[in-house]
Write a protein that binds this ligand. Structure first.
Ligand SMILES: [Zn+2]
Length: 472
C-alpha cells in the first residue's frame, strides 16, 4: 500500500555549509528554525553513508542509510512502469551512485535504477520496474549500528501466496486435499481459541473473525462430506506441514561471532539442511519463511505459517551473550504469564527487536491486528509447544551441551500463532568462539538437523495433529 513518508522536519537542515567532521553534533545544536530562516539559501547536503539492496520474491528492498533523516516524495509513472523518488537536501555522492551497479539482473521487481541531481537541492532516483508494484516508502530512526534509513519496499501488486510459491517450487508435493484457506485454518483451531472468538468478548476486529468463523464452519461441513467420500476409495496419507523459520535476514543480521559469521546466514544454512532431511519422509513437507537473505517481519512469519495451515512452526536462531563463555543449546516456547527466567525475558526482548532493526513500516491497523493475534494465544498452543519443545530439546541434548535442562518460556512475537505449536531453537552460542566454529561446521549442522528431525518425529508420533486424525 502506498504510504506517506514519515518525515522529521527538524532534520531537514538548511544553512549549514559543509559541516565539519562533528556534523551530527552541529546538527543537534544548530538545526533550528531560526538558523534556517536567517541563513543563505544554500542547503546543507545530507550524506548517504551506505546503500543496500535486498531482492526477493516477497518484495525487493532498497535502503539508503544517511547521516540525517531525509525527506522523500515518490510517484509512479506508467508505460513503462517506473517509480520516481525525489529526495530533498541531498547531494549526489559516489556511495549513492553505487546503487546503480547494485541492482542485479535477476531482481524480481527492479530492472535498473537511474540516479541524478534533479535540482540543486534534490536528487532524483528513477526505478525502472519489471512489473507493477505497490511501494512502501518510509524512514527509520537510528537503531543498533544503523544511522537514519530511508527505505523503499517494492511489493508485487498481488502478494506472493505461500502455497502458490511452494507449488511453483514443487514443494507442495503429495497433497491430500486442496490447499487450506484461512477460514479452514480457523475451523481447525482448538476449542479454547474458538471460544475466544465468540461474540461480545471484544469489539471491532472480532466481528470480521466471527464472519470468517461462520464461513469456516460451513466449509468444514462441506469438506467433511468430501473426506468421507474419499475415505471409501482408499487410505489417505495425511501430509504434515512443518514451517521452518530461519531468524533475521536482510537488514537484520542477528547476532555475530568473533570470527565474523552472522546469525542470519548460519540459521538459513541449518534450516535448508533441516528442510532436506524432513522432506525425506513422504508424509512431510516444509515451507521456509525465508529462503534468501532478506528481512521478513515477525508477524509476516506467523501469517505465512497460518496460510499454509502449518502443523508445526520451528524458528531457528543462534544465541549471543556478552560473556563469550556462555554456551549450549536452548529451546523456547511462548509464555502466557511472564517469562520463565530473567534470561529468557531478556532473550525474547532481544529477538523481538528484529522488526526494529530489520525495519517495518508500522501502520496503526497492523498494531491492532498484532494485539488480536496476541489475545488468541491459548493454553492449548503453549502445552503442545512445550511437548514439542521437550522432545526436540531431548534430542539436541544428545549432540550438544544444553544451556538449560528444560524448555524455557517467554513472550517471543514469532511464536504467537494461536493455533500452531511453535518453538524457537537457539542452536548454540555464536558469541562463543568454540560454538561459532561448531555452527559453521557441516558435521555439526548435520547432527543438529538430525536431532531436530528426530524430536519432531517423536512429537508427531505421540501427538498426531488432532483436527485431521480422521485422514490418517
Ligand atoms: Zn536470533
Amino acid at each position: 500500500m502506498p504510504s506517506t513518508p514519515q518525515i522529521r522536519p527538524e532534520h531537514v537542515n538548511k544553512g549549514l555549509e559543509n559541516p565539519p567532521v562533528s556534523r551530527r553534533t552541529v546538527l543537534k545544536a544548530g538545526a533550528t528554525l531560526l538558523l534556517s530562516v536567517v541563513a543563505p539559501i544554500r542547503a546543507y547536503a545530507a550524506q548517504i553513508l551506505a546503500v543496500r539492496v535486498w531482492p526477493a520474491e516477497d518484495y525487493t528492498r532498497v535502503t539508503l542509510e544517511n547521516d540525517a533523516a531525509l525527506k522523500a516524495t515518490h510517484f509512479i509513472v506508467k508505460d513503462p512502469e517506473r517509480m520516481v523518488v525525489d529526495i530533498e537536501g541531498l547531494e549526489l555522492n559516489p556511495t549513492l551512485k553505487s546503487l546503480v551497479a547494485k541492482i542485479q539482473s535477476n531482481d524480481p521487481y527492479i530492472k535498473q535504477v537511474r540516479v541524478g541531481q534533479n535540482r540543486p537541492n534534490v536528487v532524483r532516483l528513477v526505478f525502472d520496474l519489471k512489473e507493477e508494484v505497490t511501494p512502501q516508502v518510509f524512514t527509520l530512526a537510528p537503531v543498533g549500528n544503523y544511522k537514519h534509513r530511508l527505505i523503499f519496499d517494492l511489493y508485487p501488486v498481488k502478494p506472493v501466496d505461500p502455497i502458490a510459491a511452494m507449488i511453483e517450487k514443487r514443494n507442495w508435493s503429495g497433497d491430500d486435499k486442496a490447499p487450506p484457506s484461512d477460514a479452514e485454518a480457523l475451523a481447525n483451531a482448538p476449542q479454547a481459541q474458538l471460544d475466544a472468538l465468540k461474540p461480545d468478548t471484544r469489539a471491532e476486529p472480532r466481528a470480521e473473525l466471527r464472519n470468517e468463523l461462520k464461513t469456516a464452519e460451513a466449509q468444514t461441513r462441506a469438506s467433511e462430506r468430501t473426506d468421507k467420500g474419499a475415505g471409501k476409495k482408499g487410505k489417505l496419507i495425511r501430509m504434515l506441514t512443518v514451517v521452518l523459520d530461519p531468524g533475521h535476514g536482510g537488514e537484520d543480521p542477528g547476532a555475530s561471532g568473533k570470527n565474523g559469521s552472522r546469525e542470519k546466514d548460519i540459521v538459513l544454512a541449518i534450516a535448508k539442511r533441516l528442510k532436506d532431511k524432513i522432506e525425506e519422509f513422504p508424509n512431510m513437507r516444509v515451507m521456509l519463511t525465508r529462503d534468501g537473505d532478506y528481512f521478513v517481519p515477525l508477524g509476516t512469519r506467523v501469517d505465512k505459517a497460518r496460510k499454509v495451515q502449518a502443523d508445526l512452526f520451528v524458528s531457528i536462531h543462534a544465541d549471543a551473550f556478552v560473556q563469550p563463555t556462555a554456551r549450549g543449546s536452548s529451546v523456547f516456547v511462548l509464555s502466557e504469564k511472564g517469562a520463565s527466567s530473567a534470561a529468557a525475558r531478556w532473550l525474547a526482548d532481544k529477538e523481538n527487536l528484529a522488526d526494529t532493526i530489520g525495519g517495518v513500516n508500522v501502520r496503526p491497523q497492523d498494531r491492532q491486528l498484532a494485539s488480536v493475534l496476541l489475545d488468541l494465544s491459548t493454553t492449548a498452543q503453549i502445552n503442545d509447544s512445550l511437548r514439542l519443545g521437550k522432545s526436540v530439546l531431548g534430542e539436541i541434548g544428545g549432540i550438544n551441551r544444553l544451556h538449560k535442562g528444560a524448555v524455557e518460556q517467554a513472550g517471543f512475537a514469532v511464536l504467537k500463532a494461536p493455533d500452531i505449536p511453535s518453538i524457537l531453537i537457539e542452536t548454540a552460542f555464536i558469541s562463543n568462539p568454540e560454538e561459532e566454529a561448531k555452527l559453521l561446521d557441516d558435521g555439526y549442522q548435520n547432527q543438529l538437523a538430525d536431532a531436530i528431525v528426530k524430536g519432531i518425529r517423536r512429537y508427531f508420533a505421540k501427538n498426531p495433529p488432532l483436527a485431521k486424525n480422521r485422514l490418517t
